[in-house]
Design a binder for this molecule. Sequence first.
Ligand SMILES: O=P(O)(O)OC[C@H]1O[C@H](O[C@H]2O[C@H](CO)[C@@H](O)[C@H](O)[C@H]2O)[C@H](O)[C@@H](O)[C@@H]1O
Ligand SMILES: O=c1ccn([C@@H]2O[C@H](COP(=O)(O)OP(=O)(O)O)[C@@H](O)[C@H]2O)c(=O)[nH]1
Length: 474
Amino acid sequence: MKRLVCVSNRISLPRKSAAPGGLAVGILSALKRTGGLWFGWGGETCEGEPGEPDIHIREGVTYATIELRKHEFELYYNGYSNDVLWPLFHYFSKGMRYSNEQREAYENVNRIFAQRLLPLLQPRDLIWAHDYHLIPLGRRLRELGVQQPLGFFLHIPFPNIEMLRVLPCYAELLRDLTSYDVVGFQTQNDLRSFHSGIEHLFGADALRSDGRIRIGDRLIRAEVFPIGIDVGAVEAEAIDASATEVVRRMTDSLMGRSLMMGVDRLDYSKGLVERFSAYQQFLETHPENLGRITYLQIAPLSRTDVRAYAEIRQALEQAAGRTNGRFADTDWTPIRYLNRNFPHATLMGFIRAAKVGLVTPLRDGMNLVAKEFVAAQDPADPGVLILSSLAGAARELTSALLVNPYDVRGVSHAMQAALSMPLNERRERHADMMKVLRRNDIAAWTRRFMEALEQAQVADSRVRAITSVKHTAI
Ligand SMILES: O=P(O)(O)OC[C@H]1O[C@H](O[C@H]2O[C@H](CO)[C@@H](O)[C@H](O)[C@H]2O)[C@H](O)[C@@H](O)[C@@H]1O
Ligand SMILES: O=c1ccn([C@@H]2O[C@H](COP(=O)(O)OP(=O)(O)O)[C@@H](O)[C@H]2O)c(=O)[nH]1
């Protein structure tokens, strides 16, 4: 069997507290099934040239981590990745702050990743790079002579060419993506956007009727692989955690009130300001709920050195303060707003206790919390998921209460509808969504991507052979 090598900026190291991000949760679940190597930044910066990778082996997974130079990391991660690509790919082009210095650091970090990974590779590896931090990695590895199949999966949305063109080096970015044998996206919409870019750059002939992309004598597979969750593990975590002291303390503190809950990194793309407004409007327009509902928002700090993240943090503190100041009573706080992260299992225990799950991003690649909310519920008495139609998860979880996150009134109505939904309707919606989650779980995601990667080069070499025969004939 071939070995899977995952490469990502963020990696979730054993014995460290879990990184609150879906990419790390997803890759860890995938690698625990297949075994293999996980290569990435270990979370530390250094002053001089980064050294050799640190290696740890745990339960069949080898973790190889490198340090990055402080100044370069700042420009590559806070700068190019999170102040340029992140806002642009989430359709917030006004928030993008492009500079050539950042782009050079981004290129250089990708070069370092490729150089440090190279000695760890084996001939039969399947190499799978993850996310927007590492778009040039495939080209860098090919330049170093790597022949193994190379795949790339984008965890965030991919913008249509008209948005992508805002980026000065959009053509290089598209070309870099075509260095991979397989390019994966979360939704059909993202794939369509990628096709719009390919057509713009290489012409309509590059898009073949079988869905592959032909660039010169190379054949690339671009497909949709929506990331899933480990449904059984989430169910078990949620049940077990419900009996733990930390979850009991939280549920006891509700004193019989219904729990509405959100879990999001503190990121402007998650729509928290709009969600807080919707909750305030819900309390105003449905005063019978005053004192009867508790909204628990867990929002671990994220990317704190990026200005937009500091600004959103301030806006949320003010919004939560306003609602609590206006509606709280001596024995009731309408919003409990926590800027900290919890172990995954504890979180699943909290979520199981919630009557309503609030997942209302303004744009999101997938949103694993939406899927986890469904899987963590008690099927006999499930809570209701309110889900943004602009999250990738909405393409699959069509039995959630779908909302437009900008429509504050619509979201506040959905809160009331969720709280008053009859049991049989809740059960039906929950059962529908569980079917979807089981059909496309994390194992299916990994298997499908690995199969595509294994087959990709076979198809590609056939094309090369045909092309060279044609050339000889001419
Ligand atoms: O690594 P950070 O900068 O701390 O950010 C955490 C992760 O956030 C993003 O997650 C994405 O991946 C999820 C799983 O596929 C998906 O559900 C979500 O919609 C995405 O936003 C980011 O893409 C990751 O690279 C980060 O590690
Ligand atoms: O305190 C926390 C907050 C979040 N998460 C996990 O982090 C992931 C967040 O992934 P999602 O796709 O929802 O969003 P992202 O943060 O990747 O944009 C989910 O698995 C959460 O359960 C966690 O384990 N602890």
